[in-house]
Design a protein around this ligand. Structure first.
Ligand SMILES: *[C@@H]1O[C@H](CO)[C@@H](O)[C@H](O)[C@H]1NC(C)=O
Ligand SMILES: *[C@@H]1O[C@H](CO)[C@@H](O)[C@H](O)[C@H]1NC(C)=O
Ligand SMILES: *[C@@H]1O[C@H](CO)[C@@H](O)[C@H](O)[C@H]1NC(C)=O
Length: 379
């Protein structure tokens, strides 16, 4: 009896002091629970808590409380879904972009990262691997007025405004910090100093050949899937590509190393926006395969995390967002037939080619709309 009271007391002390217990102790507690995942140190022990808190934000969708984001319900007849699925296997031409884990640094800007990742993936998929364009997180962060609060170095942003910004103003390209890729790669000011630069309508990468305005790429639409509908998320993944989700973070999550994460210890400390790229089952536990934006050294899966599927873990199944990039397939003149038409050089030859062009354009557009977003059928 006394032993039980002592254990209860010990447990209570742990709970009360959860903000101050050491990383080592926290890892011990998590791993002693024999959960479906293992914890470990992902940041230097002394700075773990600060690192983590800065990387998080609070999850807010829109400054206007009356704003209702578009939610679409698709009455698809669900085909039998595979046991495991990875978007990279379905669209191998885009696997590099889809599997690229970004690094937001210590700034709480996942609200900008998860959307630009999904935009980049979907533009690649829609163009059948032709357009490999990495949308710049810095351009979105600095040029969209979607900031909520810059106190405590937390750059909480309005997710819906970020998506709207893509539709209305467009976003240029930009790779990781120190990558020199694209028009606006992630810069030192935000990566090292947690300060968002002023919006510039010019490329910060002076070696980039395209002008800022010419580099802007736009979105056609974004919308939410039916709340909590797991099948809808799976169908979106198999027919369109990655999906952006909202995730509540508890104290244990930053210590994720491997296995299937489920909340097993600690209080809520903030939120993250993440990207789902597939699903699977590990030791009979179903999971989502999810990309975080904390670099490849976070966790043991090169920056990915498996999160329990089917239990709305951290609200991951509540607010899934999908989008369509503004991509029009270019009219490709068939290379095999054109030389023959030019050599014959019949006067009618060019005339029919000119007449065919708009029809072809229409056709391509039509096929594109039907095939890339086939909500009525499953590919
Ligand atoms: C740990 O969990 C696994 C799977 O749920 C179970 O088979 C095993 O018996 C558990 N071990 C302990 C020590 O609780
Ligand atoms: C979930 O979504 C799928 C596909 O969009 C649909 O067929 C199904 O009816 C939905 N399920 C529920 C419970 O609404
Ligand atoms: C970051 O801040 C420090 C101290 O204020 C300053 O010296 C440094 O130049 C800044 N770095 C960048 C890239 O702005």
């Amino acid at each position: 009896m006394i032993k039980h009271i002592l254990i209860l007391c010990a447990f209570r002390i742990i709970l009360v002091n959860s903000n101050t217990i050491s990383s080592k102790r926290l890892i011990e507690i998590i791993n002693s629970q024999n959960s479906t995942w293992r914890a470990g140190l992902n940041f230097p022990e002394e700075t773990h808590t600060n690192h983590v808190k800065q990387r998080l934000g609070f999850l807010k969708n829109h400054p206007d409380p009356n704003f209702q984001p578009e939610r679409r319900i698709h009455n698809t007849v669900a085909k039998i879904l595979p046991k495991t699925f990875d978007v990279r296997d379905k669209w191998p031409k885009c696997s590099e972009i889809i599997g690229h884990i970004r690094d937001q640094g210590n700034y709480g800007s996942s609200w900008a990262f998860a959307p630009v990742e999904v935009m980049s993936d979907r533009l690649c998929i829609q163009s059948n691997g032709r357009v490999k364009f990495e949308f710049s997180a810095e351009d979105l962060m600095s040029c969209c007025s979607c900031q909520l609060d810059e106190s405590e170095n937390r750059a909480d942003g309005y997710l819906d405004l970020a998506w709207e910004h893509w539709k209305v103003h467009g976003i240029v390209s930009g790779g990781d910090y120190n990558s020199d890729k694209g028009c606006k790669p992630f810069g030192a000011l935000v990566y090292l100093n947690n300060t968002i630069p002023e919006c510039q309508n010019s490329c910060t990468n002076l070696d980039y050949e395209t002008s800022y305005n010419d580099d802007l790429h736009f979105g056609l639409n974004y919308y939410y899937l039916e709340e909590g509908n797991i099948t809808a998320i799976q169908l979106a993944l198999t027919t369109q590509g990655p999906v952006q989700v909202k995730f509540t973070v508890y104290e244990d999550f930053p210590y994720y190393k491997e296995g299937v994460y489920q909340h097993s210890y600690g209080e809520e400390i903030g939120g993250l926006y993440l990207k789902i790229i597939g699903w699977g089952v590990e030791n009979s536990v179903p999971y989502w395969l999810v990309a975080n934006s904390w670099g490849t050294s976070w966790g043991s899966l090169n920056g990915f995390v498996k999160i329990r599927r089917g239990f709305n873990e951290g609200g991951i199944e509540s607010d899934a967002v999908v989008c369509e990039a503004d991509y029009e397939a270019p009219i490709t003149t068939p290379t095999t037939t054109s030389p023959t038409t030019t050599t014959t050089d019949t006067p009618g030859g060019h005339g029919t080619a000119i007449q065919i062009a708009p029809v072809l354009l229409l056709l391509i557009h039509f096929v594109f709309i039907l095939n890339v977003f086939p909500f009525n059928k499953i590919m």
